[in-house]
Design a protein around this ligand. Structure first.
Ligand SMILES: Cc1cc2nc3c(=O)[nH]c(=O)nc-3n(C[C@H](O)[C@H](O)[C@H](O)COP(=O)(O)OP(=O)(O)OC[C@H]3O[C@@H](n4cnc5c(N)ncnc54)[C@H](O)[C@@H]3O)c2cc1C
Length: 630
C-alpha cells in the first residue's frame, strides 16, 4: 500500500492533521488502534475555555474540524470571562460525548481522499534520514511520502490506580510499547509526563436537591462563525458541589497510596489540572474546592466530576466522592486514574512540527508534551498542512506569534520545550489584545484560503463579512457628529454627552457606547439591532488604542532586552507578579530582561512590573549604557 501521507492516531491531533492534508489534496491514510475511538474525548466532555477556546476559533477560521463537531455536539455553552474584555473571552461548551465523536467521523467521511485503517503501528520505516512509512501489526509495511505521528498519551502509557498498575494508553485502550521503543531507537529525545482523570459517576445516584445547578447561555455560543444552522441539541445543565473538611482528611490520610506521592510516578503533571491530592497538598489552607458535575451527554447516565482527578485507590475514591454534599450515595461507574506516558521533547522539532533528525516525520498533539484536546488539534492542523506542503515541494506555513495562538503555542514548544504538560493561556501571548477570539477569521481565513485549506463556502461567507466590515468602518470614520446639532432624544441616548465634534468611529471607542446605542443616536432604521459586523466594529474601535499600547510595550521590552537583572533581585518580593511567574523566574534565574521575556508564561505585563520594580531600586541606570525605563 502507498499513500501521500500517513497519519498515526485518530485523536484530536490526528483528525485535524488528516483533514487538513485531505483539504490540500493529499491521499491520506489515517491509521489508528480502533476506528470506533476516532475523535474520542479521553477526559472531560468539554471543548474551549480561555486560551483553549481561542485555539478552537482559529481552527474554525481555517475550516478545521473541531469547532464544527463541538457546535454540533454542544449541550450547554457559555462565553467565559464575560465581565472582562473581549480579548480574554472565549466560548466553552459541554459536549455530548457520542455526538462529538460521531460528528467527527461524519466530517472525515466527507473526504474522498481519506482512507481509514484499524491497526496498531509498531514502528516507523526510515530510509536514510527520511521517514517513508510505517509498519502495522496486521497490515505490514505501508509506504508514504511523509508521516504525522499523533499518539497522545499512548507511548509506553502506564495506568495507575493506587498501587494497581497496568499498561494502557487510556482506560480500555492498549499502550504503544513497540512504537515507543522504535522512536527511542532513532534517538528522538524522549521524556515522561503524567496526567489524570476523575472517576465517572452514575447520575441516578446523586441527590440533586443538594446540588446547585448551572445553566448555559441562551443563545448558546458557537465556534464556527458563518454556520447558519440553527439546529442544536437540547440543554443539559451542570451541577455544582464541593469538597469538605472530611474529604481533605480522607485524602491526607491516604496520600502515601497515591502513585504521585508513593514514588510510583515521578514525572510532572499539568499544573493547572492538578489531581485532588495535589490540590490538598499545595493549597493546604483551603478547606473546600469546587466540583463541577458535568453531564457526559444528552442521554448518558454518567457524570464527570471536574476538579477531582485522582490516582488514589478505588475505595479511597469512593470515600472522597461520598464525603461531598449531594454525593453521599454516589456510585462510581468508571474509576479515576493517573497515567504516565512518553513524550518527545518538542525542541527537536522545526516550527512546521517536522523533526530535525528525521525528514518528513511530523509530530503533533500530546506526544509533544502538551495537554488538552484543543492544543492537540491546533498542532495537528499545522503538522497536516506542512506535511502536505512539503510533499508538494511548497513553502511551509506556520502562523507567527502575532497572528495566532497556534503560532504562540508552536513557538513556545519548539523554543522552550516543556517541563510539565503545556496548556494554552492568554497570558502566554504577548500580542493577546490582537489575538482575540472574535477576530480569528480576520487573522487567518484569507491565508487559509490561499493555502487551499478553506472551502469556497467559508471563503464566500468570509468575503461578504469582510466587505460589509470595510464599508461600515469607512462610513463610521467618514460620518461626523456635532454637539450643537443634537436634539433632546439624541442627547438622552448619549448619556455622558458630547464635548466636541467627532466621527462615529471615535464615538464608538467610548466604553458606554455600543453599536446599538450608536444606531439609536443617529436614528438609524435598524434602531438597536446589532449584528456581528456591528459587534466586531465596536470591539475593534474599543481595542484600537490598547493594541497600539501593547505594541509599544512589546517594542519597549525589546529595547530593554540587554538590561541585566541583578543577582540580588528577590523575585518573590515583587508585588503584582503571579506565583507562577515568580516560580519560573526564581527557578530559571534569567540574566537579562530579554531572557526573562523569552520564558514561556512570563507575560509582557510581568516584564513591565519587573522593569518598574528595578527602576524603583535604581537598578536600570547601572546596566550597560541603558537608559532609564519610563
Ligand atoms: C487520563 C487522561 C486525563 C487527561 N486529562 C486532561 C485534562 O485534565 N485536561 C486536558 O485538557 N486534557 C486532558 N487529557 C488530555 C487529552 O485527552 C489529550 O490532550 C488529547 O486527547 C490529546 O490528543 P492527541 O490527539 O494528541 O491524542 P489522543 O487523543 O490521546 O489520541 C491518540 C490516538 O493515537 C492512537 N494511537 C496511539 N498509538 C497508536 C499506535 N501505535 N498505532 C495506532 N494508533 C495509535 C490512539 O488509539 C488514539 O486514537 C487527558 C488524557 C487522559 C488520557
Amino acid at each position: 500500500m502507498r499513500f501521500d501521507l500517513i497519519v498515526v492516531g485518530g485523536g484530536h491531533a490526528g483528525v485535524e492533521a488528516a483533514a487538513a492534508a485531505c483539504r490540500l489534496g493529499k491521499e491520506t491514510l489515517l491509521i489508528t488502534h480502533n476506528l470506533d475511538t476516532i475523535g474520542v474525548l479521553s477526559c472531560n466532555p468539554a471543548i474551549g475555555g480561555i486560551g483553549k477556546g481561542h485555539l478552537v476559533r482559529e481552527i474554525a477560521a481555517l475550516d478545521g474540524v473541531m469547532g464544527k463537531a463541538a457546535d454540533a455536539a454542544a449541550i450547554q455553552g457559555r462565553v467565559l470571562n464575560r465581565r472582562k474584555g473581549p480579548a480574554v473571552q472565549a466560548p466553552r461548551i459541554q459536549a455530548d460525548r457520542q455526538t462529538y465523536a460521531k460528528t467527527i467521523r461524519e466530517i472525515l467521511d466527507t473526504y474522498k481522499n481519506l482512507h481509514l485503517l484499524q491497526d496498531t503501528v509498531l514502528e516507523l520505516i526510515i530510509e536514510g534520514e527520511m521517514c517513508v512509512g510505517v509498519k502495522g501489526r496486521i497490515s505490514g509495511c505501508i509506504h508514504s511520502e511523509g508521516v504525522v505521528m499523533t499518539t497522545g498519551t499512548f507511548l509506553d502509557g502506564r495506568i495507575h490506580v493506587g498501587n494497581v498498575k497496568h499498561d494502557g494508553g487510556r482506560a480500555g485502550d492498549p499502550s504503544s510499547i513497540a512504537l515507543s521503543a522504535s522512536l527511542r531507537e532513532f534517538n528522538l529525545p524522549i521524556g515522561r509526563l503524567k496526567t489524570g482523570t476523575p472517576p465517572r459517576l452514575d447520575k441516578r445516584s446523586l441527590d440533586t436537591d443538594k446540588l446547585s445547578i448551572q445553566y448555559g447561555e441562551d443563545p448558546r455560543p458557537k465556534f464556527v462563525r458563518f454556520d447558519r444552522r440553527s439546529l442544536q441539541l437540547p440543554e443539559v445543565p451542570c451541577m455544582i458541589t464541593y469538597t469538605t473538611p472530611a474529604t481533605h482528611e480522607i485524602i491526607e490520610n491516604a496520600l502515601e497510596m497515591s502513585p504521585m506521592y508513593s514514588g510510583a510516578i515521578s514525572s510532572s503533571g499539568p499544573r493547572y489540572c492538578p489531581s485532588i491530592e495535589d490540590k490538598i497538598v499545595r493549597f493546604s489552607d483551603r478547606d473546600s474546592h469546587q466540583i463541577f458535575l458535568e453531564p457526559e451527554g444528552l442521554d448518558s447516565l454518567e457524570v464527570y466530576p471536574n476538579g477531582i482527578s485522582t490516582g488514589l485507590p478505588f475505595d479511597v475514591q469512593l470515600a472522597i466522592i461520598r464525603s461531598c454534599p449531594g454525593m453521599q450515595a454516589a456510585r462510581i461507574v468508571r474509576p479515576g486514574y493517573a497515567i504516565e506516558y512518553d513524550f518527545v521533547d518538542p525542541r527537536c522539532l522545526r516550527k512546521t512540527l517536522e523533526t530535525e533528525m528525521i525528514k518528513r516525520l511530523f509530530l503533533a498533539g500530546q506526544i509533544n508534551g502538551t495537554t488538552g484536546y484543543e492544543e492537540a488539534a491546533g498542532q495537528g492542523l499545522i503538522a497536516g498542512v506542512n506535511a502536505a506542503l512539503a510533499i508538494s515541494g511548497c513553502e511551509s506555513w506556520v502562523p507567527d506569534r502575532d497572528t495566532a495562538y497556534i503560532g504562540v503555542m508552536i513557538d513556545d514548544l519548539v523554543t522552550d520545550g516543556v517541563t510539565e504538560p503545556y496548556r494554552m493561556f492568554t497570558s502566554r501571548a504577548e500580542h493577546r489584545l490582537k489575538l482575540r477570539s472574535d477576530n480569528a477569521e480576520l487573522r487567518l481565513t484569507r491565508r487559509g484560503y490561499e493555502l487551499g485549506l478553506v472551502s469556497e463556502q467559508l471563503w464566500d461567507a468570509y468575503r461578504q463579512y469582510e466587505s460589509e466590515l470595510d464599508s461600515r468602518r469607512r462610513w463610521l470614520k467618514e460620518t461626523r457628529i456635532y454637539p450643537n446639532r443634537l436634539d433632546e432624544r439624541q442627547k438622552k441616548k448619549l448619556g455622558a454627552g458630547l464635548k466636541r465634534d467627532m466621527t462615529l468611529y471615535e464615538l464608538l471607542k467610548r466604553p458606554d457606547i455600543d453599536y446599538a446605542n450608536l444606531l439609536c443616536v443617529i436614528g438609524s432604521e435598524a434602531d438597536g439591532e446589532v449584528d456581528r459586523v456591528g459587534e466586531q466594529l465596536k470591539i475593534e474601535a474599543l481595542y484600537e488604542g490598547y493594541v497600539e499600547r501593547e505594541e509599544h510595550d512589546n517594542k519597549r521590552h525589546k529595547k530593554y532586552a540587554d538590561v541585566l537583572i541583578p543577582i540580588e533581585l528577590d523575585f518573590d518580593s515583587i508585588d503584582g507578579l503571579s506565583n507562577e511567574v515568580k516560580e519560573k523566574l526564581r527557578r530559571l534565574r534569567p540574566a537579562t530582561i530579554g531572557e526573562a521575556s523569552a520564558i514561556s508564561g512570563v507575560t509582557p505585563a510581568a516584564i513591565s512590573i519587573l522593569l518598574i520594580h528595578m527602576k524603583s531600586k535604581g537598578w536600570l541606570r547601572h546596566n550597560k549604557g541603558n537608559v532609564d525605563a519610563s
